[in-house]
Design a protein around this ligand. Structure first.
Ligand code: NAP
Length: 544
């Protein structure tokens, strides 16, 4: 066992590392860049994977592609990086994003402070010295003033505890931990469980080579065509020309995407106007369909107009009427669960070797040695693909044994669900910053924009402490309680909490406390709140 420490470039006297960052995805790379390259702190990044890339390092399932547009799904902190990098398609595929993040790691000389293949298993706060002691699975200890988790919101894979899974003689895989040497579906009978954003991307691609594909659907889902396509040189030039304006728009609007939400109400438009608008947005494709009207996310009646439009499209696409009805039997408002976008998802069910099992009417009983038994049928399978999502927002944090002041663990602190201040700090866990933690806008936005905001704020906060000769910051209990109600109030103004079974509420994980986790008040508003708190000497934090 080794203990790793070192002197900051004069910044913290004889203290060890200034900061330990867990994770080398979008958040961790930028946190390292800004703390070390911009401000000279000594930083160590610890990454469990054997490469940088975070989410995109692990999610290499067939069809893995970002739903944000490529020119917006990237960093904006460096104009020269923006000018240099050429995206190839409207939406970036997983492999291209991994290439981009590797380029960033090289471009900003980040690798020398990233230790790969290093899983953090525990972290303990030394209350006397104001330091975090971080232990890895290999038994090494790292010590630093600040601990910053950059471990992603969707990184703890959820494999449902299906009876008999251990007896299955075939292969099973989870999309969020996809084998890096791939999975060969050719000539195989594949069962896919899950029809969220991931499952809707994976099914059409798996169907291209599988002998047979059976999709097990628990909750039917909306999806709008992505309309992915290669980018022309002209489009790329246009994006570069508009980069500054688009960056300002994304930083100030609700969801961090490069478009504004139409300010008109769906209910004030005539039926013909609405149909024409939805048709236009459908043809354009992508997540921006949600921006067709101002009230789709907040008014159930307005939302129904969009939901009915999408269902009418699904019915037209799917030839078998029973399958079409099962796909349209959607029990929640459009966008109230994270809405997928797709490339040929519904059309896939027109292929002879693809079928849908509606688990609402025919639930899974067990996995057998040779497949999956539902109430009515045994499905013979060679491979089971779990596209069953994640223990979102808290799963990865709680998988590390984090011990704060007085030996209280994060598991104990969050026994009734996550509670923090601004998504970033928890009472009793001084000097711990959780990038895009629960209570932040993160998953309701275009992630890199939200990540840059959170990271910049943390860096500003550490600079503030440094400049004032302080070594400890901790959210007050009152600030944390007030932020919880702010998060609830923001959610209650939308249709999001009306869906009982969404992962936003933790409902996809048996036994997880039901707390609406992301901040739904919008990224622009969140940024203003954070800036205001910083300007008022970090109001709500206790600094010493
Ligand atoms: P998800 O949205 O949680 O979907 C999981 C699917 O598995 C759902 O259909 C769920 O059904 C089903 N499921 C879970 N447990 C099950 C069980 N025991 N039996 C049967 N079905 C079960 O997960 P995801 O699709 O991986 O997406 C998670 C999030 O990652 C997305 O919402 C999005 O934020 C992000 N993501 C983004 C992209 C992108 O940008 N391209 C791609 C993929 C994912 P229920 O709905 O009934 O729970």
């Amino acid at each position: 066992m080794t203990t790793v420490s070192g002197n900051a470039s004069g910044s913290q006297g004889d203290l060890p590392l200034d900061a330990i960052v867990i994770g080398a995805g979008f958040s961790g790379l930028y946190q390292l860049h800004t703390l070390r390259n911009d401000h000279g702190y000594r930083v160590q990044v610890l990454e469990a994977g054997d490469g940088v890339g975070g989410t995109w390092h692990w999610n290499r399932y067939p069809g893995a592609r970002c739903d944000s547009e490529s020119h917006a799904y990237c960093y904006s902190f460096s104009d020269s990086l923006t000018r240099e990098w050429q995206w190839s398609e409207r939406y970036p595929g997983a492999a291209e994003i991994v290439r981009y993040l590797n380029h960033v790691a090289d471009r900003f000389d980040l690798r020398r402070d990233i230790q790969l293949n290093t899983r953090v298993v525990s972290a303990r706060f030394d209350d006397d010295r104001h330091q975090w002691h971080v232990k890895t699975a290999a038994g090494d200890t790292f010590v630093a003033r600040y601990l910053i988790t950059a471990i992603g919101c969707l990184s703890s894979a959820n494999v449902p505890a299906l009876a008999g899974l251990d007896r299955f003689n075939g292969q099973w895989v989870h999309t969020g931990a996809w084998p890096h040497d791939g999975v060969d579906f050719s000539g195989r009978r594949v069962g896919q469980i899950g029809t969220g954003s991931t499952g809707i991307q994976a099914a059409p691609v798996i169907a291209e080579t599988a002998k047979q594909l059976t999709v097990f659907q628990r909750t039917a889902n909306y999806s709008v065509p992505a309309r992915n396509a290669p980018l022309s040189d002209e489009q790329r030039q246009q994006q570069r020309d508009n980069a500054t304006a688009v960056r300002e728009l994304m930083r100030s609007n609700t969801n961090g995407h490069p478009w504004s939400i139409n300010s008109e109400s769906a209910l004030q438009a005539s039926a013909d106007e609405r149909a024409a608008r939805y048709e236009r947005m459908w043809t354009d494709g992508g997540l921006r369909f949600r921006a067709a009207y101002s009230d789709l996310g907040s008014n159930a009646q307005a939302n129904r107009t969009a939901a009915d439009f999408i269902k009418s499209k699904i019915r037209r696409k799917v030839r078998d009427p029973a399958t079409a009805e099962a796909l349209c039997n959607i029990d929640h408002p459009y966008g109230a669960k994270r809405p997928p976008i797709d490339t040929g998802y519904f059309e896939t069910f027109n292929r002879d070797h693809v079928s849908l099992v509606d688990l609402k009417s025919d639930p899974i009983i067990e996995v057998t040695a040779s497949g999956i038994r539902t109430e009515s049928t045994h499905h013979n399978l060679d491979i089971i693909v779990f596209a069953t999502g994640f223990d979102a927002m808290t799963g990865a944090l709680l998988s590390i044994d984090i011990e704060g002041v007085g030996g209280t663990t994060l598991q104990q602190k969050w026994a009734d669900g996550p509670c923090n201040y601004l998504g970033i700090q928890i009472t009793g866990f001084p000097n711990l910053f959780t990038i895009t933690g629960p209570g932040s806008p993160s998953v309701l936005t275009n992630m890199p924009v939200a990540i840059e905001q959170h990271v910049d704020w943390v860096t500003g906060c550490i600079n503030h402490l440094q400049q004032h000769g302080k070594t400890r910051i901790e959210a007050s209990d009152e600030a944390m309680t007030n932020w919880r109600s702010e998060v609830n109030t923001a959610a209650d103004a939308t249709l999001l909490p009306t869906v009982a079974h969404s992962w936003y509420l933790g409902a996809n994980i048996p036994g997880k406390p039901r707390v609406f986790m992301p901040y739904a008040g919008g990224l622009g508003r969140f940024r203003e709140i954070c800036n205001d708190i910083a300007a008022r000497n970090y109001d709500g934090f206790v600094i010493s």
